[in-house]
Design a protein around this ligand. Structure first.
Ligand SMILES: NC(=O)c1ccc[n+]([C@@H]2O[C@H](COP(=O)([O-])OP(=O)(O)OC[C@H]3O[C@@H](n4cnc5c(N)ncnc54)[C@H](OP(=O)(O)O)[C@@H]3O)[C@@H](O)[C@H]2O)c1
Length: 338
């Protein structure tokens, strides 16, 4: 299958190129970049062994030559491009937030920009295979989830789905590596600002909050309101979410562990760790795995669920390839198990 990656020079785009180069059913047709047009991608990322050259974006050319397209662009820029490709009958996975929300007003409120392709929101499927595999298999446009939402939703879905949480007691204390902010230069991600430092950011409200709330809300009949605080930690890649939730009734760790094991028993990429074990970001580095550790703090009556993913992998590029495999009828794990 001929595929193209639009925005291949970004962190998620380059990660996609790395995985797709090894995928047995895929040939990369075109990769695009604004700033590095006509440059080999191996000059920008020397670890990529390929002669692929970055092209300027030409939608017509891509639509003619590729049947499957990944867009790895900043939000707002994606929506126009995805709209044009969708009207040409292409299958698309968009890694930005532009098609993740059902309600355009929520997008406009949190992303501070009008949504130009509202009609496509109804057609886009949220690309979390563990919850929407069937719908993804029939979709032509998949909105790949955000990195924090992937980690948080997988950690909390079994509790919410079984209506075990008291009120609005969910607290997500999340940490991310610096690649989560993308490759563009900014003072906040400058080496001396980040190194030997840990800080919370967007404490009053991070854009991933409504995404997590909307998706968890689909698993229950009541509205979900969470408290979500992200932190920047001095590592390149990785997300660790420590989630706290007050339990409605007395539950012990063993019961909760069994609930999680049952919920994810068919899932090739979600691993529930044995009692007393909790994940670390290094365990999931460069893989499509999400590892989850569980305990109940019986003194406080709270469940503590800790999940770890690689933000560029299960949080972006490998999850996109998992979605492509589902959309195209390939083995779901194809190209994703090292
Ligand atoms: N980083 C993560 O961990 C992560 C995780 C999940 C989802 N996402 C989402 O995935 C998307 C890509 O993220 P990223 O971290 O890979 O971003 P990034 O490193 O900043 O890369 C952005 C890419 O978009 C291209 N681009 C920027 N403006 C453009 C324009 N006006 N027209 C055409 N191309 C343009 C850039 O090309 P040139 O610079 O070569 O011109 C670059 O290839 C974002 O929407 C992000 O929110 C990121």
């Amino acid at each position: 299958m001929k595929v193209s990656v639009i925005g291949a020079t970004g962190y998620t785009g380059a990660e996609l190129v790395k995985i797709l180069l090894k995928h047995p059913q895929v040939e990369i047709e075109t990769i695009t970049s604004q700033s590095f047009a006509n440059k080999k991608i191996s000059e920008i990322y020397p670890s990529l062994i390929t002669d692929l050259v970055c092209q300027e974006l030409n939608i017509n050319k891509i639509a003619l030559s590729s049947s499957f397209i990944f867009t790895a662009l900043p939000h707002r820029i994606s929506m126009e491009i995805v709209g044009k490709l969708h009207s040409r009958g292409k299958k698309i996975i968009d890694l930005s937030a532009d098609f993740r929300f059902i309600d355009p007003l929520i997008y406009e409120e949190w992303y501070g920009t009008p949504h130009q392709k509202k009609e496509l929101l109804k057609k886009a499927i949220y690309g979390l295979p563990e919850l929407y595999r069937e719908k993804i298999s029939r979709a032509r446009l998949v909105a790949n989830p955000g990195c924090y939402p992937t980690s948080s939703i997988l950690a909390l879905a079994p509790l919410v789905n079984n209506d075990l949480i008291k009120g609005n007691s969910i607290i997500i204390d999340a940490k991310s590596g610096v690649t989560g902010a993308g490759r563009a230069l900014s003072l906040a991600t400058h080496f001396p600002e980040v190194n030997e430092n840990v800080r919370a950011y967007q404490v009053k409200g991070h854009r991933h909050t409504p995404e997590i709330e909307e998706q968890l809300g689909k698993l229950t009949t009541r509205e979900i309101i969470i408290t979500f605080v992200p932190h920047l930690v001095p590592i390149n890649r990785g997300i660790l979410c420590t989630c706290y939730a007050a339990l409605k009734q007395k539950t012990d760790t063993k019961d909760l562990l069994k609930l999680y094991q049952d919920f994810y028993k068919e899932e090739p990429f979600v691993e529930i760790l044995p009692q007393g074990r909790f994940p670390q970001t290094k365990e999931v580095l460069d893989s499509n795995r999400c590892r989850i550790g569980i305990t109940v703090n019986e003194r406080s009556g709270r469940a503590i669920i800790i999940s770890a993913i690689d933000n560029l992998a299960k949080g972006a590029a490998t999850q996109a390839v998992q979605n492509m495999n589902i959309m195209c009828g390939f083995e779901e794990t194809m190209g994703l198990i090292q």
